[in-house]
Design a protein around this ligand. Sequence first.
Ligand SMILES: [Zn+2]
Length: 557
Amino acid sequence: VLSEPRAWTKLTSNHISLPFEDGRERIRSLLLPDRADPNPTLLVLLHEAAHHWTFLSAVGSTLAALELRARRAVYSYSQSNPLSRVLDPRAVDDLVCFEVATELLRPLGEGLALFAEFDSVPGGSSVISRPIEWVERLFPDRSVQDLSTRIRRTLLKVRAMEASRWRRENVLAQPLHCSEGGYLPGYLMTKKSWHSLWLRSLDQSRLFDDSDFFLTYMRSFFFDDLGFVSLLLDPATDRYTALERLSTYLNDRIVLFFRHDAESLVREFERRVSTPTANFWPPMNLSTDPVLFDFGRDRLEQTTREMVQQIAQGPENAGLFADLHAGVLAHRALLELIRVPARVKVTSQGHVEADVDGRPLYADMSVEGATEGEGLGSIEVLLSGIDGTRVCAVHLESRLVSWRTAPHVADANAQRLLFGDLYNRDVREHEADRWMRLRHRLDGTEEIAAARAELPTVVDRIYLNKALLFVPDERLDEVVQAMAQSGFLGLLGETDLVRGLALLGLFVTFGLPIDKAANLFSSQGLDLDATLNAATRLHDSIGVPAFAVDGYYRCFV
Ligand SMILES: [Zn+2]
């Protein structure tokens, strides 16, 4: 278990849950960012923000569209005359496709999120990944002018905390098989591919020295891949073929990523994403077959158009859900950072005040039409994944009564998109419950059961040999067995060695000078030499590299 209580991000709604124990303290610091002090919470936030960013992509939006399309069909079915109703057969195809793709991508998504959490540091390129940029906005270190120095300092401060090493050591000791959440295989696969791309770029641009640039590139390579989108929306990808087609495509794509040697493409990508006015649609084609890429773009545009049309004219009985789905789509870009219970008062003059534990935290105008009243509600802080706007919203019971943004959003359309009348939490949660119940009934469907039964083997086949890329074939079974239950702990046998490896990895992306490393290790009660010996042992047997070069340590674990 990575953290208790668990944080999570849902793909379709892109809704994040961050169960901060010290929620009340956090909301104060989020509202008053000048006083915020980075703490290990920031790593949890980076992890979930990376999921949010990943899901806010061409592939993420396509998957959300597939699931919402299935929901609509199932609702219409459940509300029509029981004697004459027929379920749109596409609903089962959509659901199988959604579930298969989600499971296939899970280790990859976890790999990216863990990389954002532990490895990402802006460096030589001018690109800063979105999660890092968002976190910087929340915890700005005002004592430093230069943005990238500021970010490095904040990240270094947080990753140096013992709690961060504990989180990383926990990941290294996770089970190897993908059915256990996919953390370790996904993370190892991500680090291995970083190692491959780093090696290839050494005598060229060295762009992959910059781990945060690598993260940005890898996310786009897989999640903005319109080739995968094309396949997801292809009518030929149905309940019978989804597993075979999607898994083959993803496997080939990962293999391509490892072998990928496209210096000019990488430079062009850097130029495009570092332009502030970058046009994000269509995403850049990173080595996808151009015909498939165009198909993907057209199919996604058409699916989006269909959904918008359905929402606009929704059949009477689906009207409510049509609204909700518009809401889900609009709010996919909003990242909810925190929500705490508050005592809320709306006055007859249209003022709203909110107190947390008797301390006033919020006072502003009410939204139009908010009725006078007083009672329990909540304050929440959200971040727009599109432009980083920070939003503070106050609910009385479950009605939105007031909000403000920083910077101020004056444009009425942008305001409507952020809130409008779609922002109704009660209805949203009611709908989610209802969907879960209806969804359950479809679980008995033979094709869904068949796909589920085969998935774990297929997912392992895709990820395990890439995660253990440098293990010689004749040792593969032995290594898989040793790592099956508890990852590197099974391989190294000693908790302190896993700890050391976890610590080493946290610092190498900042450039860990050889002469400083020993102090760092002893400050956390660990032995650098023992860790390096263990790393050499790993290198000799399974090819996990940790080494010193140009006066710095490098480690790809
Ligand atoms: Zn995760």
